[in-house]
Design a protein around this ligand. Structure first.
Ligand code: PMP
Length: 376
């Protein structure tokens, strides 16, 4: 098997599974219970929360809320800010290359709650330039959301430059979806007002994730109930998932450079090989080495992805979360791709376990398929 779909999900690491199992055995009591075992679970949860913040170099200036994943975190960030601060202004800016878990809540806020949504253009590399953001910033903007690393192309946003522009406007908050960025590229965490991520993209467990936000921010909750997580997200907190998440982040951040070097070798080999084939590469040269996106010039992507799958080589068409629905990639369209290109993109996404041998087998197999399979 060759697994080239790590941007969709990864295998949980042994340390992550161990942290999950241990917390389940030792701290199964409800962290909100007032008896001794419950209080011990509560303290352990607080420790995990502080450890998570400190892994990002953050302290009391920020809070962490444990959630089910990046989709929930993005929804809480966008709706939580919009509902709390709508008296300050009604404008929300997002990039036109966001994941649907940002785009859809933003569109919902516009369609049903009277917010004005602006989708910032991306350049041919797939990123919002500081000039584009600057052009649309004004005193009515309350939230800007621009992702750190694009899940389809690997394009890396200049979060430092973008956050500086947002922070010239005191009423505006800057959120970034870091699902494909944490542990993979350097991120200026302290410059962000809020950021989201999912555990399962970094060898954590599916159903875990978090939103980190500045302590001064008051988020309107989406889930009401017992008032857990400071009232921001009711429901019994899963300490085992929280512990597994923090372990995953710790492992990824401590191996960032080493993993990046390994992945870059495989990425560069794939890149050079793909240049010789009947494809057009859409990932920018200076993007994340973990993601490589290309369009088939003359073949149907879904047919080739299925043919690769028959040979136990696993890749995605466009973004995996939505790839069961056949449609043109909005990210590639925003980058200037034609409809055919945007409908026939394949994403190869890597992790540190992938090897040059796998890359070679992939390229040989793809090259054969492109010759054998009929054109679209
Ligand atoms: N944002 C990005 C950039 C992603 O890649 C994904 C997963 N494809 C998500 C958000 C949503 O993550 P989840 O499905 O874990 O909620």
């Amino acid at each position: 098997m060759i697994y080239f779909d790590s941007a969709a999900s990864t295998r949980p690491s042994p340390a992550v599974l161990d942290a999950f199992a241990k917390a389940n055995q030792e701290y199964f009591a409800n962290p909100s219970s007032v008896h001794g075992l419950g209080r011990a679970s509560g303290r352990r949860l607080d420790e995990e929360r502080s450890r998570l913040l400190s892994l990002f170099g953050l302290g009391k200036t920020h809070r962490a809320v444990f959630l089910s994943g990046a989709s929930e975190a993005n929804n809480l960030a966008l709706k939580g800010i919009a509902f709390s601060y709508q008296n300050r202004g009604k404008k929300i800016l997002i990039s036109s290359a966001e994941h649907p878990s940002v785009t859809m809540p933003a569109k919902e806020l516009a369609a049903r709650f009277g917010f004005e949504l602006i989708e910032l253009a991306v350049n041919e590399d797939g990123v919002v330039t500081p000039e584009e953001l600057e052009r649309h910033m004004d005193k009515d903007v309350i939230l800007v959301s621009i992702l750190g690393v694009n899940n389809e192309t690997g394009a890396i946003s200049d979060l430092n430059a973008l956050s500086q522009i947002v922070h010239r406007f005191p009423k505006a908050y800057f959120h970034s979806d870091l699902t494909q960025a944490i542990g993979k590229v350097d991120v200026p965490y302290a410059s962000l007002d809020l950021f989201s991520f999912s555990g399962h993209k970094l060898h954590g467990i599916k159903g875990s994730g978090a939103l980190i936000y500045r302590s001064s921010i008051r988020l309107t909750p989406l889930i009401h109930g017992g008032g857990q997580e400071d009232g921001v997200r009711s429901g019994t907190v899963s300490l085992p998932l929280a512990a597994s998440l923090v372990t995953a982040v710790g492992e990824e951040l401590s191996h960032l450079k080493e993993n990046e070097a390994k992945v870059t070798l495989v990425h560069d080999y794939l890149w050079n090989g793909l240049k010789e084939l009947d494809v057009r590469i859409f990932s920018p040269e200076n993007g994340s080495p973990y993601v490589l996106d290309f369009s088939l010039n003359h073949h149907k992507a879904s047919v080739i992805v299925e043919a690769l799958s028959q040979k136990e080589i696993y890749v995605s068409t466009a973004s995996a979360c939505s790839s069961k629905i056949e449609h043109a990639s909005t990210v590639l369209l925003a980058m200037g791709a034609t409809n055919d290109e945007a409908s026939n993109a394949i994403r190869v996404s890597l992790d540190e376990s992938n090897s040059l041998e796998e890359a070679k087998v992939f390229l040989d197999t793809l090259s054969t398929l492109l010759k054998e399979v009929h054109h679209r």
